[in-house]
Design a protein around this ligand. Structure first.
Ligand code: HEC
Length: 443
């Protein structure tokens, strides 16, 4: 820009336009991004958790030789934000999450420009060391106090994805609180076929595949790249004596006959210890009327759950089936006088291939007063233009099968007393003092 001080007085848009035109006319364009210096660090952060040998993704993306043949496909999938899987609407609500693998606009731009420039390797000396991962089936929670092993589930070499439930006893004789929990596959082969598994503790009287009225106690989700959960100090999840464990699985044949062998490792708080905070995780805000999804239409459904105690919301996970396309979590705050205040916390586009949990960053976890209503707004698309609509000529309703529909959310939260609520709110406000007012729901 030397020798062109006049530009300083122009608007930044004009600067960009002029400097771009100037660059094209005379100066050689700035060198394109290279794999080793610019792209590999992005793939290491956001892709190789799944895209490496033995993981769920179809190909490894660790080295230049592995990545080069996929350059075009990568460009397409990142530009459309299909990869990495992270379906939150980035224009609404809270955007601070734990383990958010999504790419910034700038990272997408880097990848796009790299591919358009012919996907050059660059200087091998720029290549960052490969990211290290714990062995696929190592316990990340230390030595578990309890290991609950589900019966092995045979998986044929070929065939459609498999969905279902496995059951196992929970060997405890008194109520205990969980400090940390992890699902793992007992074998490397099993690791490759388990697409995801959700585990629950529930009343054994439930019929097979049935859902507890309140959804049972959700324990942990298993999906590649994210499997251990250690609760914050002083908080835990209640495991009741006499409950049984259920793993709801989604398995994926891999061309070899094998078996899914899923186990749950649990670190318990000492007997008799009651944590200050109980972490709840439940299916909430079921639609107020059974889903009624006419052929060829988009249908909105609404559900509501009132929180009778103040709460700190920790996680949001939409749950729908093939027709589900979008879901929002809105808070309806208790009214003072005639005024009702609402706030959309998040909206997520939905794709039934991915059941993603959005875990709020500590300082972004919504703190809500007693009486707040969680409002679920779900959209189902039963039109032929929805590639996942299997039979858009027919009506679809509620049900357990994959071809039936659902539309609720899992919410993870910690209950607070009035005292705790006020204290946490004050702490949050003093930490945020000086920072620009954000979208963190807090009142
Ligand atoms: C949570 C696991 C996960 C993460 C993280 C992830 N992927 Fe994927 N990826 C998959 C799976 C599983 C598939 C195959 C299913 C599909 O195509 O959706 C896939 C498919 C793809 C495909 C299509 C392959 C084909 O056969 O055409 C591309 C390209 C891709 N991923 C690139 C990326 C890139 C680039 C990133 C990081 C920016 C990334 N993925 C992050 C799991 C993941």
């Amino acid at each position: 820009m030397k020798g062109r001080p006049v530009l300083v007085t122009l608007s930044s848009a004009a600067v960009l336009a002029i400097s771009a035109a100037g660059a094209a006319a005379q100066a050689p364009a700035s060198p394109p991004p290279t794999f080793t210096a610019d792209v590999a660090p992005i793939l290491q952060r956001s892709c190789v958790t799944c895209h490496r040998a033995g993981e769920i993704a179809p190909m490894s993306l660790r080295t230049y030789d592995e990545v080069r043949p996929w350059a075009r496909a990568i460009r397409m999938r990142v530009a459309s934000r299909e990869m990495p899987p992270w379906h939150l609407d980035r224009t609404i609500g809270i955007q601070q999450f734990k383990d958010d693998p999504s790419l910034s606009d700038q990272e997408i731009d880097t990848i796009t420009r790299w591919v358009d420039a012919g996907a050059p390797e660059g200087n091998p000396a720029d290549m960052p060391p490969q990211r290290e991962f714990a062995a696929a089936n190592a316990w990340q929670i230390g030595t578990p106090d309890l290991v609950i092993r589900f019966p092995a589930m045979p998986v044929p070499a070929e065939g459609p994805d498999m969905f279902g439930n496995l059951y196992a006893d929970i060997p405890i004789d008194s109520d205990r609180y969980i400090k940390a929990i992890q699902t793992r596959s007992a074998t490397q082969m099993s690791h490759r076929v388990v697409h995801h598994a959700l585990s629950y503790a529930e009343d054994p009287a439930l019929e097979a595949g049935g859902m507890a009225e309140d959804g049972g106690q959700f324990l942990v989700e298993y999906a590649s790249g994210k499997n251990a959960e250690v609760y914050p100090d002083g908080s835990g999840v209640l495991l009741k004596a006499g409950q049984r464990a259920r793993a709801a699985f989604h398995l994926h044949p891999i061309g070899l006959e094998t078996a899914a062998e899923i186990e749950l490792g649990i670190v318990l708080y000492p007997k008799g210890y009651v944590p200050t905070f109980t972490r709840w995780s439940r299916q909430l805000a079921q639609p107020t009327t059974p889903l009624d999804l006419p052929a060829g239409a988009i249908t909105r459904s609404d559900g509501y759950t009132i929180l009778h105690k103040a709460a700190r919301i920790i996680a949001f996970q939409p749950h729908m089936h093939n027709l589900g396309v979008r879901q929002c979590l809105e808070l309806i705050y208790p009214t003072s006088g005639t005024r009702t205040t609402t706030e959309v916390v998040n909206c997520a586009n939905f794709n039934n291939n991915w059941h993603l949990t959005y875990n709020y960053a500590d300082d972004a976890q919504p703190l809500v007063p007693a009486g707040t209503i969680l409002h679920n707004i779900s959209w189902h698309d039963n039109r032929p233009t929805n590639p996942r609509a299997t039979d858009p000529k027919n009506w679809v309703g509620d049900g357990q099968r994959t071809i039936d529909e659902m539309g609720f959310f899992w919410i993870g939260w910690i209950e607070l007393t009035e005292e705790e609520y006020k204290q946490q709110l004050a702490e949050r406000k003093s930490r945020a003092a000086g920072a620009p007012a954000g979208t963190t729901a807090q009142r």
